[in-house]
Design a protein around this ligand. Structure first.
Ligand code: NAP
Ligand code: F7E
Length: 323
């Protein structure tokens, strides 16, 4: 019989890639979506006939229990969250409700309705924040630097706690930044590839950015959803860092994207002080040797290839859509 998976956050970047990945492995895929006045199905429109959507919200535990009851999942992937770091300063309480307490609600619903399901929590390198050691591993202490990071620390520890308290098969994947053609336009990678494409096509003349010195360990999202799945296939539940092991500055990211369209970025980019964060995570670099050793996971797409794909997709989108 086909395995069944329930994905919260299926309309997001990772949710859409994970749904495709699981469909390709013969899974029956259920996705939880929340009601809005206009739907946000762009990333899943190509597979919408092959998945079952269930209505639910991380704020509403009853809806989570109903989604689990209706889907009877073997695996639950909790990818839903308020995931944009700057918004977490503007809406800290809502961020905590979604990104922190929402994890407790989902775990409680699973404990009550389907305790034998396997659970994946989308934890984040933002938990390392002001890093206590380099590179960061599963044993590096957390020091989050935003309400988002603080909320993710809660989500991580409540997942570990439910594993230890109730014996649930619950894993926390500590994923470093991962990007793609489906990344939201507000995140720096996509903002830059979209900006380079628009400037190349004469649709914009300038691109405003914040801190160009920040350093991130950027990987490709389809590689990272494979790691989520591998965690739930292992015989024992555990926590894993998923990263490339290479860090780059935002400035390097900008240079690679603009170079791809044959432009010198320094002529087009402005630094806008309004985009500087109240507290910054200066440099992240992950050590994924445990995921490599135990799960056999490794990234397959280089940073340059990923940025190239993203710029090409943005150019194609504007060319397709006309002036
Ligand atoms: P994303 O594109 O922002 O997607 C977030 C998803 O969460 C969307 O489907 C959104 O639905 C849903 N959502 C938000 N609030 C919700 C609520 N109250 N109830 C139900 N659904 C809700 O994020 P992503 O990049 O795919 O990331 C997936 C997960 O991994 C997130 O938890 C993120 O924090 C975490 N993470 C991401 C990265 C990364 O680099 N991408 C790294 C580490 C961890 P709508 O479409 O309705 O808004
Ligand atoms: O910023 C700097 C900014 O917003 C990266 C989320 O998926 O990954 C993501 O969080 C860096 C920061 O991602 C702009 O200051 C400069 O240092 O793309 P970002 P993030 O904050 O690292 C983690 C792992 C998650 O878990 C999150 O959910 O880029 N930066 N100029 C800028 N950032 C943005 N957004 N916009 C700028 O104009």
């Amino acid at each position: 019989m086909a395995k069944r998976a329930l994905i919260t956050g299926i309309t997001g970047q990772d949710g859409s890639y994970l749904a495709e990945f699981l469909l390709n492995r013969g899974y029956e895929v259920f996705g939880m979506t929340r009601r809005s006045s206009t739907n946000s199905f762009d990333r899943i429109s190509h597979i919408i006939d092959r998945i079952t959507l269930l209505s639910g919200d991380l704020l509403d535990e009853h809806s989570l229990a109903t989604a689990i009851r209706e889907s009877q999942p073997d695996e639950i992937y909790n990818l839903a969250a308020q995931s944009f770091v700057p918004t977490s300063w503007a809406q800290p309480v809502l961020t905590a409700e979604f990104t922190a307490v929402g994890v407790s609600r989902l775990l409680e619903a699973m404990r009550a309705v389907k305790p034998d399901a396997r659970f994946y929590q989308a934890s984040s390198s933002e938990m390392f924040g002001k890093v206590q050691e380099t590179p960061q591993t599963e044993r590096t202490p957390f020091y989050p630097r935003s309400p988002y990071g603080v909320s993710k620390v809660f989500g991580h520890w409540i997942t570990v706690n439910y594993r230890e308290s109730y014996g649930l098969f619950a894993c926390s994947g500590i994923l470093f930044n991962h990007e793609s053609e489906r990344r939201g336009l507000e995140f720096v990678s996509r903002k830059v590839t979209d900006g380079a494409a628009r400037i190349k096509l004469g649709r914009a003349t300038r691109l405003a950015l914040g801190n160009l010195d920040a350093q991130r360990d950027w990987g490709y999202a389809p590689d990272y959803v494979r790691a989520m799945w591998l965690m739930l296939q292992h015989e024992t539940p555990d926590d894993y860092v998923v990263a490339t092991g290479v860090t780059r500055t935002v400035r390097e990211l900008v240079a690679v994207a603009f170079e791809h369209v044959g432009l010198n970025w320094e002529k087009y980019v402005d630094v806008d002080p309004k985009l500087i964060r109240p507290a910054e995570v200066d440099v992240l670099v992950g050590d994924a040797s445990k995921a490599r050793r135990v799960l056999g996971w490794q990234p397959t797409v280089s940073f340059e290839a990923m940025i190239g794909k993203m710029v090409e997709a943005d150019l194609a989108r504007y060319t397709r859509n006309g002036p």
